[in-house]
Write a protein that binds this ligand. Sequence first.
Ligand code: TRP
Length: 481
Amino acid sequence: MVPSKGLMSKRKRRLVGGITVGEDEVLIDPWGSSQSTDYERIITQFGLTPLNASTMPNPTKLHRRGIVFAHRDVDQITEAHRTGQAFGVLTGLMPSGQMHLGHSMVIEQAKWFQELGGDVTIAVADLESQATRGVSLEKGRRIALEEYLAHYAALGLDSDKTQVYFQSSRPVVQRLGFQLGKRTNLNEFEAIYGFSGETNLAHVQAPLVQVGDILHPQLDAYGGLRPVVVPVGVDQDPHLRLTRGLAAKTNWFNLKEAPSGGALISLSVHDENATAFGQMPNGRLDREKVNSVFGRVVDVLTSLGFSDILSSPKQGHVRVPSATTRDAHGIRMALLQLERSMGGMGLLAPSSTYHHFAVGMTGDKMSSSQPKTTLFLRDDLATVQKKIKRAFSGGQSTVEEHRRLGGNPDVDVAYQYMMYFFEEDDAFLAELNASFRSGALLAGEMKQHCTEAAERWMKELHEKRDETAHLVDAFLAEDSR
Ligand code: TRP
């Protein structure tokens, strides 16, 4: 059994050397301290889609190398990009310690999405950090600015196209979380997060705030209806499952593929829309109202160019035989817009992408609280050198053996860090991989390559950080200045 990032079995929980591992189903605990490499299992169990970098425009090294390995509905985003439609990017940071290399991965992706035309919003999870890590709001703010934003600027994120806000100073985020809380319950939290009677309620509230983080960019005051992608580590997927489920539950119109082909649209009646959908307090239907709702759905479909619209208010649905899966997104967006015009929230389930975690330098999990496991972005060059020198190696124990048996780049920290962070050149990387595997390249030589690349990368980052220090405040949204 592979130790896993906060992976637990749903039924049997067994504590093995401080790591909770499961035997049947996997459960991801976003606050957990173990780390999974069992990505295949995560993909199948949670229904992620493997990411195909070749379908991505101008993919980053993280995409090309399979580090960003899976997604949910990312086509929604690439399609918006292709057709010149607006899309948003939302991600969050936990202000609790120094920024390390691992944290730079979502920023590399946010920057890439930004270059493709997305507007970027970043949540500083100061409420979550206060509740789950005991970091005061003031301290959270300081860490966010001095550690995170200073480095975001240095990493090339464009402050003109980025809005950073604090959970604590954007009430609508909390309100939205509270409001959507109505559509879930403790059973669902138990199923998603493995909560039980002893679970601290901060761990119930934090996900709801995160739901608010993820969905609020779609509100009119924050950019309006558009696809929003959330690039995260796979540990955050539980929050996305929760968010996507909640968004869908609020929708007024269901869109499905009809059994006989084409699109099938039906009404989803709940408290908020009962009146608008013609349900009278006495339990009877206001036929005229129902017909007018169906009329509006037909108008929407007509304006999209369909001419074979079969509206059947009596059966409670509208069918469009000629609609294909390619049309689904456009229909969905138009229905959400209609819902909004009728008083609903009109929320689109967010897209997401997931990245692998780089191994910690010691071979364990990378962690801010264990400086030896990672490079902090403020580490000086001497420290960088020292950490790489001591890093876990995939080489054999003697030169003779290494030449004979070859090394394993998959676990070699020096190689892995070049692949994840420091080396842009795919061909050179492939060469290092092959020669290490064959034994031609020694572990010490790999570390030398890594040290050189890391020093270059860090030196440039530190120079940029000085140059861009004046931009830090420009990242802050108006409500967070
Ligand atoms: N929970 C995230 C973490 O632990 C931080 C976060 C808060 C977040 N809100 C978010 C991440 C929204 C992505 C999207 O790091």
